[in-house]
Write a protein that binds this ligand. Structure first.
Ligand code: SDX
Length: 453
């Protein structure tokens, strides 16, 4: 596999050849006084151009202010492109709809990491490498004994994935491309094994070892649901549905958990620690935890007659309730992943003989009402990837508490691809944002006895 360092150097050259100058005049009253500066405007291959403000502070004494990074590009990337207005998602230029329909999760993993769809022999050696790394060090089994049986599996995943750095000392040197590659394959391969172990531990059932004769999604399902007591055959409908769900969750440009992995990686932290940080961030209920929150919300709504009550609450500024699975920082149109999942939902439920799943019916009714509601239309709030994923996962037997774990298994590929790109980016520096200080001005310590009550 050729190293992608070339692609980063190409990015640098591309940006050097694709820029103009913008003239910025800053004329406040106080305190910095009027400043003017010429800033490069960098053009990518698609999407908005950027103002290169790397020299802004040095030349004007001003920071920019953008909590939540609503208008800030943290990096240049060749991996994923999203057009939020049109609901477009491309991975290395390939539309998510085509990849979900025609590719497999491991082929998409190769594409995200290496930049192109694999040739047959490269793909075979990639799959073989992943397959041979699926087992975990037997001592890791002891880690689970320290958790309560009712621990949330994401709490377990944060712990055990970070602990991998205590076992694989031969792949911690991030400056060695070979070690980066081995660590990457180990993480992609071991995430389903650890995820299944977290589930088995919560069930009080024995861990099931990975099998080299099964595909990636099939192996995951086998480790989740097989027991030593009887032979277990994975239903191909479920195996295919899970593989497609993994594809749809693989990467999504600079989302919160990917940005966490990049920031952790920028300090030189090892990949196992970076992915553990990404898992922690993904767990948030308004990020990757939303798929679990959607199911809990649908169960709380319970009946279509109560939908309007919850839509009203979602519109009420004084009510913290938000419609889980709706809205997105980037998509101001239907999330293309949600569209694929909506279609897959019905197909999987029909194939499993569950033609009128009450949660799916309620979800479709809720979607219909929300999309016709003036508030949701004005705010451009559409179903996102989490709105339908939980319904399929529930239908194929994945317990609700495991939904975000599954998201983490899939997104590990995106985190790894983005982490590798960050390390190979010549313009990359340690991430260290500045701030607008609004605290106390200088004051001096006074002893307790002299402080007035
Ligand atoms: C993921 O970034 C990614 O790419 C993430 C992800 C990925 O693949 O990595 O796509 C995965 O995290 C999908 C999002 C899953 N989260 C949810 O479904 C939780 C519900 N959604 C919201 O919490 C919200 O929409 C966010 C967090 C997803 C986006 O929040 P933003 O971009 O900060 O938008 P915002 O909060 O500024 O909302 C804009 C307006 C606000 O109203 P005003 O302050 O302008 O009056 O829309 C309102 C919000 O109150 N709003 C909602 C809403 N989402 C936004 N109102 C009701 N219900 C909602 N779901």
């Amino acid at each position: 596999m050729e190293l992608k360092g070339k692609s980063q150097a190409m990015t640098e050259r591309f940006l050097d050849e694709n820029y103009e100058l913008a003239h910025l005049e800053v004329t406040p009253g106080e305190p910095g006084g009027s400043q003017s500066v010429d800033l490069p405007v960098l053009h990518g291959t698609m999407g908005p151009s950027v103002l290169d403000i790397r020299k802004l502070y040095a030349e004007t004494g001003y920071f920019t202010y953008d909590p939540g990074y609503t208008s800030t590009a943290s990096c240049a990337s060749n991996i994923t492109f999203i057009d939020g207005e049109k609901g477009i998602l491309l991975h290395r230029g390939y539309p998510i709809e085509e990849l979900a329909e025609k590719s497999t999760f491991l082929e998409v993993a190769y594409l995200l990491m290496e930049g192109n769809l694999p040739r047959k022999k490269d793909f075979e050696s990639f799959v073989e490498s992943i397959t041979l790394h699926t087992m975990v060090n037997e001592q890791l089994h002891n880690f689970f004994q320290g958790f309560r049986r009712d621990a949330h599996p994401m709490a377990i995943m944060v712990g055990v994935v970070g602990a991998l750095s205590a076992f694989y000392h031969d792949s911690l040197d991030i400056h060695d491309p070979k070690q980066r590659l081995i660590a990457s394959h180990r993480l992609i391969a071991k995430m389903p094994t650890l995820a299944a172990m977290a589930y088995k531990y919560s069930m009080g059932q024995p861990f099931i070892y990975p099998r080299n004769d099964l595909g990636y999604a099939e192996n995951f399902i086998h480790m989740l649901f097989a027991t030593p007591a009887a032979p277990y055959k994975v239903n191909p409908v479920i195996g295919n549905a899970l593989d497609k769900i993994l594809i749809l969750h693989a990467d999504h440009e600079q989302n919160p958990s990917t940005s966490t992995v990049r920031l952790a990686g920028s300090s030189g932290a090892n990949p196992f620690a970076c992915v553990a940080a990404g898992i922690a961030c993904l767990w948030g209920p308004i990020h990757g935890g939303a798929n679990e929150a959607v199911i809990n919300m649908l169960k709380e709504i319970g009946h279509k007659d109560r939908i309007l009550e919850y839509i009203k609450r979602a519109r009420d500024k004084n009510d913290p309730f938000r419609l889980m699975g709706f809205g997105h920082r980037v998509y101001k149109h239907y999330d293309p992943r949600a569209a694929v999942l909506r279609k897959t939902c019905q197909a999987v439920l029909d194939e499993l003989g569950n033609h009128d799943d009450p949660l799916l019916k309620l979800a479709k009714e809720l979607e219909k009402i929300a999309l016709e509601d003036p508030y949701f239309i004005e705010k451009k709030l559409y179903p996102n990837v989490d709105f339908y994923s939980g319904i399929i996962l529930k239908a194929i037997g994945i317990p609700t508490s495991m939904f975000t774990v599954l998201f983490a298994v899939a997104r590990t590929v995106g985190w790894i691809a983005q982490w590798m790109e960050m390390l190979e980016d010549p313009s990359q520096k340690i991430g260290r944002p500045r701030q607008l200080y609004t605290g106390s001005t200088l004051r001096h310590f006074s002893p307790l006895s002299q402080r007035k009550d």
